[in-house]
Write a protein that binds this ligand. Structure first.
Ligand code: MN
Length: 242
């Protein structure tokens, strides 16, 4: 079912649609936004950080420039470099990161941790934009509201999930077989990995590692989570549905 059909059915069926599969399987592990991040270079496979779509200081005051710079140019760069090193050493060739995640239990912990770190941050940067972009009043908003009761209730549940990740990890809004779920993963795991119990297509990602907020918010993770709502790019999140 393509998006146009999906939207038509949404309009026809309203909230009842959330109980039936609405998206084809191919969307789950084959997202158009992710295909550009794989580069195969001769016998060497290299994964590339996306170019940050805004300047380090442009998410101020919600996410500070110093954090953005360190997070992108040091943390994310290191995950990416270490993934490429592991992929070379383990002779992983001609595989997309999504293919690797589907069988990540068969790879080394370096591939799992750095692969997750590489992919999750590429997604996270795109989930944000200076000033944020509002959720448009289309079928996606209706499904979100039908699933969680209201946008505010979704916000509460997502924030709660992010706040209660023990130690380092991520909070997610995912889609699986046409339904939306809020989940979390430890470390750099993500919902595309075979090792994760709640799998799906990640739509919205929030990094709750201390490195994502400690410079500005110190131990106040809840304040960082509140700030995140001001910079979310809902156009991008919605576009993840394919
Ligand atoms: Mn991070």
């Amino acid at each position: 079912m393509d998006k146009r059909d999906f939207m038509k059915k949404s309009i026809a069926l309203g909230a009842s649609l959330i109980s039936v599969p609405a998206f084809s399987e191919k969307h789950i592990f084959n997202n158009k936004h992710d295909s550009s991040i794989l580069a195969v270079n001769g016998s060497k496979q290299s994964f590339e950080q996306i170019k940050l779509p805004y300047s380090y200081d442009s998410l101020e005051p919600y996410i500070d420039a110093a954090t953005m710079k360190l997070h992108y140019s040091a943390h994310h760069a290191a995950y990416t470099a270490n993934l490429n090193k592991a992929a070379t050493e383990e002779k992983i060739l001609n595989k997309s990161i999504e293919e690797i995640f589907k069988n990540v239990s068969h790879y080394s912990s370096s591939v799992r941790n750095n692969g997750g770190g590489f992919y999750n941050h590429n997604l996270f940067w795109q989930c944000m934009t200076p000033g944020g972009k509002k959720l448009s009043s289309g079928s996606f908003k209706r499904i979100l509201e039908a699933t969680f009761g209201s946008f505010d209730e979704f916000k509460n549940q997502f924030s709660q999930k992010a706040a209660t990740v023990f130690g380092s990890g991520w909070a997610w809004l995912i889609e699986r077989e046409g339904k939306l779920y809020i989940t979390s993963t430890p470390n750099q795991d993500n919902p595309l990995m075979d090792v994760v119990s709640e799998k799906g297509n990640p739509l919205l990602a929030l990094d709750v590692w201390e490195h994502a907020y400690y410079l500005k918010y110190q131990n106040r993770r809840a304040d960082y989570i509140s700030a995140f709502w001001n910079v979310i790019d809902w156009d991008f999140v919605e576009s993840r549905l394919g």
